[in-house]
Design a protein around this ligand. Sequence first.
Ligand code: PMP
Length: 402
Amino acid sequence: MTHADATSSQRWLSERARGLGVSGIRRVFELGATLKEPINLSIGQPDFPVPDPIKRAAIDAIEQDHNGYTLSQGIPQLRRRIVEHLAEDVGWPANSGEPESGVGVMVTSGTSGALSLMMQALLSPGDEIIIPDPYFVAYPTMAELCGGVAVRCDTYPDFRMTAERLEPLISERTKAVLLNSPGNPGGAVMSGDECREVLELCRAKGVLLVSDEIYDEFTFDDHREETPGGRKCPSPAREAGSHEDVLLIRGFGKSYGCTGWRMGYAAGPAHIINAMTRFQQFTYVCAPSIAQHGCIAAFETDIDHLVESYRVRRDMVVSRLSAHTRVTEPGGAFYCFVEVPERLGFGEQAGERFFERAVEENVLLIPGHVFSDRDTHFRLSFATSERNLERGLDALDVLLRG
Ligand code: PMP
């Protein structure tokens, strides 16, 4: 065997690595790089710069030599700020993070970091975690890498993972239910009542409720609820009144335009957070130090005006596309998951075929099968300028008319 044969073969790879496909989003990203000035409606990050106070805090951290490792669970100042925020936002104890509170709080390398540590901490081979379908692309793979099984809960057509839809899926092997509201790719926001019903079901069945709330700040006002601290995204953490059986996972990247800083956090039962921290010690070590310092300033930064500008774009998308197909209004995040009309005759791979047609018109979307066992939809991201969105919607108007 020549050297070239050896390096091009799969022979050094683990079975795990061989089984791992390329992310469908990455594929669209690479395709986008080959097109000339595409109208890119596939992007999963906001189009505004990091607010100045947050940038300043990170720059100061570099200049003040905060460039070394931090504690695995995160710098004390940021953890304290997260605790204060959770006390005000969801009513969790003001001494969270202290041993006597029973609540653990840790900073993670992105929300993805928190999700993957959570899966490591919870799933033994054969254990099940229920996820929504459509889902955030990484959920099934993360579960499978731990030998776990990601059981899909069909949430079409409104993308709500309600107690009624969940109940038949809970088995002896179910360890956790993973809720994602506002959701990617559907943008669905669960109401407070729906969150409470899911929580009560999980409690009755002895299952942990994990809530991925990476888009919580990105909830449009018409889907927020009144709370003592102002209008907020409904959350099972708030409904729970205690932290004993909810694991909350949140992030900074989407809300403050710093996805590349890799910043998230997790809070919940102390023994679970302690286990996640141990996995962090042996894997990521800690979240990026300068980003941790920068994100302290995030809690003083109001992004409501930015979210409102995304609400305007959401309304544009819903009103233009509803003329052609069924569109479920997103209550948060910056995606719309749109059904490919049957009359276009694309058959079973409607998402992929519509995506290919859109590429011919220089429009980049993501086909529905990337997020789902079905391929009936496409994801459109409105995290782009109104002008770009308008151009994209003009092209989709023609394509959807058929
Ligand atoms: N959860 C959801 C629902 C997401 O959409 C994403 C990112 N697209 C993540 C988690 C991961 O975010 P991060 O960049 O913070 O790892």
